[in-house]
Design a protein around this ligand. Structure first.
Ligand code: NI
Length: 171
C-alpha cells in the first residue's frame, strides 16, 4: 500500500471521463488499497481514482466519524439510476480543491447501481450525507466538480486562486 499524490485544481485530468472497470483483478484491489490509505491520510471521507490521476471508475467512501472505527465502502462503475425531485443542501469540499467549501444543492435521494470489490452487482437507494457524497464522487468519474454548481463568479474566483498557487509551485 502507498499514499499517492492527490491532483488538484486546475489539473486538466480532473475533467476526464473515467473508464469502466471490465475485470476486478489484483491491480484494482491494489488501487483501492492505495486510495484508502491516501484518503485516510488526507484526511477525507470520499475519493475517486481520478483524484490520484487514474481515470478508472472506482470510488471509495468512509463516512464514519470516529477514529479507529472505519467503515470503508467501495463503488465500482457507479451510476445514478434515479434521483428524487426533492433537493437538499450540504456544504461540500473536495480533496482536489483543498480548504474551499460551498453549499451545493443536489437531489436529496438517489438510486445508485454499482459493483462491489467482489464484482457483485448492487442497486441501492441512499439519502442524506451518503447521497450527497456518492453524487459528488460519481461526478468526479464523469469529469464534473462541485464548483460547477456554484455561481460563475465564485467558480472563476476559486479557479484563479488555485491556478496562481499551481504557478507558484512551478516557479
Ligand atoms: Ni471531490
Amino acid at each position: 500500500m502507498a499514499v499517492r499524490d492527490i491532483i488538484k485544481l486546475p489539473d486538466k485530468r480532473l475533467r476526464l471521463v473515467s473508464e469502466p472497470i471490465k475485470h476486478i483483478d489484483g491491480d484494482i484491489r491494489a488501487l483501492v488499497d492505495d486510495m484508502f490509505e491516501t484518503m485516510y491520510k488526507a484526511p477525507g471521507i470520499g475519493l475517486a481514482a481520478i483524484q490520484i490521476g487514474i481515470p478508472k471508475r472506482v470510488i471509495i467512501l468512509d463516512l464514519s466519524k470516529k477514529e479507529g472505527d472505519h467503515k470503508p465502502q467501495v463503488f465500482i462503475n457507479a451510476e445514478v439510476t434515479w434521483a428524487s425531485s426533492e433537493k437538499s443542501k450540504y456544504e461540500e469540499g473536495c480533496l482536489s480543491i483543498p480548504e474551499y467549501y460551498e453549499e451545493v444543492e443536489r437531489p436529496a435521494e438517489v438510486k445508485v447501481k454499482y459493483l462491489d470489490l467482489d464484482g457483485k452487482a448492487h442497486e441501492t437507494e441512499v439519502k442524506g450525507l451518503l447521497a450527497t457524497c456518492l453524487q459528488h464522487e460519481i461526478d468526479h468519474i464523469n469529469g464534473v466538480l462541485f464548483i460547477d454548481y456554484i455561481s460563475k463568479l465564485k467558480r472563476d474566483r476559486v479557479i484563479k486562486k488555485f491556478s496562481k498557487a499551481a504557478k507558484k509551485v512551478e516557479e
